[in-house]
Design a protein around this ligand. Structure first.
Ligand code: GLC
Length: 712
């Protein structure tokens, strides 16, 4: 094959062989959708398959590749894809947890590590990064993405694409990245999975498109349209956004890979009368590859005959698929990712541990943490205390529970002098209270309690929306009895989303969000709880008090009657504070850092010239241990031609401070930080007043702020 050009190959291909290249089937080594494709070998031999997902391992992939290369007429190699979202064999923290590092360098390194393991297993493509901005914890897929902020999501996109794809897609250790799910699934109706999305054009452009713009700019090889419709048009047939915006406006030249059976589901959406029409609509929109549905192989020839598609439409997508395989180096060597490849699992595990401990987020602490190493007896109780498999979170790829360090194990290793007693107390999601008594008795006789509660791994991720995202089962009842013992208790939450636990935040002596931290969960959590590592995680999502507040996020547009506790006629609830339990960016540390002396220069600037505003703030470590802080910079456009958000994240910085050290932390704001979409949705930069706010979280009551003014 290497000798022929793509156009020469296209010349030689029959219509069936062309359509076969657009067909991506599941091998079923993992199950990630409602149907399978059965035994695929015969269809590979018949040239009816262009790619395979949910198959990994050099032997498995080698066998399938040999069928394509050696037993088909043209010997066109297959590509192999899999959902490597947060690690392949070594499982890293879920993306929502990793987002809380606010560390693009580590985001890229963890993707590079995952790519090396995936490529070493023969994979060419990952269906990641998932870039859905999400502000609704009822939606299970909030776990898979970078949180609520479009800027964070865009920086995350760039880091992940670079990490997965490396310098060159044809490198043996590179895997193609798939930016998904395009777009706006995070705004799904009522937080319910697969439901319709209705967002304004403004919100689409301000919130949901930026991460994909960043992915395209970073050279992402593929994009996956979302299952959902946006404003009535299913994304799988959304020609304006797929071809009009991504390809024609942004110059995306990669592959559109449908989501699982999404093309055939256009019939369910009520926009296609049958599979043939569904195939035609998707192809016309620009979708190149049909994942699992069989719409292309079973419908495109008929669509051609009915005049619903032109042969050039098919050729265009075939050309893109062949070009994708060429970029992956598969025509030069179809077995390039199947050669033995000794990568250091130990280094990757160390990286997974570092990412995990940095993701641990200390939400409250009355001083009970860090636990004293001299603690005589610690009770480790709760259904997530010794639950290795749950720590892997949703989309645990080729990971294995036996590789995971449970919280109980981690604490035993970290506190060798302490007597550790354990009892699960109850299940994750059942009504069995028979274990309460024994577990409570252990707590009552201990010096402190680590109460390990939360969700099972399969309660978030795809098809896992929760109408009541609280502690499942009888965990609350169990927790309340533990707290009633009066023994100092650290609530350790494992979850794929913010849980509605405002009652627990008030009663526990400390509360820690650990999300799902992967293989090194127990080691990382223990390191933080025992003071071996100063907690640095910060919330990438606003944490609601109650479900009724959802959607809740920091960048809320200004309004006419902002909340004032003392004034009844303001934006509030009569039965609950409108404030979140914890704001975006929240996370405590064992160190004490203060910000002072915010200065901005110049304080007056013209909007017609280039803009460069320097912002500086002094950060001082007033505590006795080294500090690792994340400092956020927000801008508020006080008066503009449209109502602007009260706090818009524009940048963040890290501050490493020795005890007693003061450092000046600097930011640079360019014109893009002051631009926005005017009433006509055109980018503009207006004269007026701006507030520059700097703080540890999205809370203007604690942030430092300075006003600046721009003029025409
Ligand atoms: C699933 C998911 C998508 C995933 C694909 C392949 O339905 O929506 O994120 O990449 O199927 O597993």
């Amino acid at each position: 094959m290497a000798t022929r050009t793509i156009d020469q190959l296209l010349e030689e291909m029959t219509l069936d062989e062309k359509i076969g290249q657009l067909n991506l089937v599941t091998a079923g080594q993992a199950v990630t959708g409602p149907i399978g494709n059965g035994d695929i070998d015969e269809n590979i031999r018949g040239g009816r398959i262009g790619g395979v997902l949910n198959l990994w391992g050099r032997e498995n992939i080698g066998a399938a590749q040999r069928l394509a290369v050696e037993e088909t007429r043209l010997g066109i190699p297959l590509f192999f894809g899999f959902d490597v979202l947060h690690g392949h064999k070594t499982i890293f923290p879920i993306p929502l947890a990793e987002a809380g590092l606010f560390d693009p360098a580590l985001w890229e390194r963890s993707a590079r590590a995952a790519a090396m393991e995936a490529a070493a297993d023969g994979l060419d493509l990952t269906f990641a990064p998932m870039l859905d901005v999400a502000r609704d914890p009822r939606w299970g897929r909030i776990a898979e993405g970078p949180g609520e902020d479009p800027l964070v999501a865009a920086v995350f996109a760039k880091a992940k694409v670079r990490g997965f794809q490396g310098a060159r897609l044809s490198d043996r250790n590179a895997v193609a990245a798939t930016a998904k799910h395009f777009c706006a699934g995070g705004a799904t109706l009522a937080g319910r999975e697969y439901a319709p999305v209705d967002v304004s054009e403004r919100t689409l452009r301000e919130v949901y498109l930026p991460p994909f713009q960043a992915a395209v700019a970073s050279g992402c090889a593929a994009i996956m349209p979302a299952f959902n419709s946006v404003n009535g048009v299913p994304m799988t047939m959304h020609r304006e956004l797929l071809t009009g915006y991504l390809r024609e406006k942004l110059g995306f030249a990669g592959l559109f890979v449908s989501d699982y059976t999404a093309i055939s589901e256009l019939v369910q959406h009520g926009v296609a009368g049958d599979l043939v029409e569904a195939a035609a609509l998707a192809l016309a929109a620009g979708v190149d590859v049909d994942m699992v549905s069989g719409a292309y192989v079973n419908g495109l020839k008929e669509a051609l005959a009915r005049g619903l598609v032109a042969l050039e439409d098919i050729n265009r997508s075939v050309r893109r698929v062949l070009g994708f395989k060429q970029d992956l180096g598969l025509f030069d060597d179809p077995y390039r990712r199947l050669a033995p490849n000794d990568i250091s699992r130990r280094e990757i595990e160390e990286l997974a541990r570092d990412v995990a401990r940095r993701a641990v987020t200390l939400l409250t602490n009355n001083g009970v943490l860090p636990l004293s190493r001299g603690l005589r007896r610690l009770a480790v109780v709760g259904p997530l205390a010794n639950a290795r498999g749950e720590m892997l979170g949703p989309w645990s790829a080729a990971g294995a529970p036996e590789n995971c360090v449970a919280i109980l194990e981690g604490l035993k290793r970290a506190l060798p002098e302490t007597e550790i007693v354990f009892h699960p107390g109850c299940g994750v999601d059942d009504d069995d209270r028979s274990g309460f008594e024994e577990a409570i008795a252990l707590c009552a006789k201990s010096g402190a309690v680590a109460l390990c509660i939360g969700e099972a791994a399969n309660m978030s991720g795809e098809a896992s929306s929760r109408a009541n995202p609280a502690l499942p089962g009888v965990q609350r009842q169990f927790a309340e009895q533990v707290l009633a013992t009066g023994v100092p208790t650290v609530a350790v939450l494992s979850s794929g989303r913010p849980l509605m636990v405002s009652w627990l935040a008030e009663k526990a002596q400390a509360m820690v969000a650990t999300w799902f931290l992967g293989d090194q969960a127990g080691a990382a959590i223990a390191e933080v709880l025992t003071g071996g590592f100063n907690p640095t995680g910060r919330l990438p999502v606003t944490w609601p008090r109650e479900t009724g507040q959802i959607p809740i996020f920091h960048a809320v547009r200004s309004l006419g009657r902002p909340f004032k506790a003392a004034d009844p006629f303001t934006s509030k609830y009569i039965d609950l504070s409108p404030e979140p339990l914890f704001p975006f960016g929240h996370g405590l540390s064992y160190a004490k850092v203060e910000l002072a002396n915010l200065r901005v220069s110049p304080q007056e600037f013209s909007v017609t010239n280039e803009i460069e505003i320097m912002v500086e703030v002094d950060a001082k470590n007033t505590g006795s241990i080294p500090a690792h802080e994340t400092i956020f910079l927000f801008v508020h456009d006080v008066v503009a031609s449209v109502a602007r958000a009260g706090m818009e994240l524009k940048d963040w910085a890290k501050a490493e401070l020795a005890p007693g050290e003061t450092k000046t932390i600097g930011f640079r704001l360019g014109k893009e930080s002051f631009e926005f979409l005017d009433k006509a949705l055109e980018t503009c930069c207006e004269a007026g007043e701006f507030e520059i706010l700097v703080g540890f979280e999205a809370d203007r009551s604690t942030a430092l702020s300075v006003r600046v003014r721009s003029f025409d």
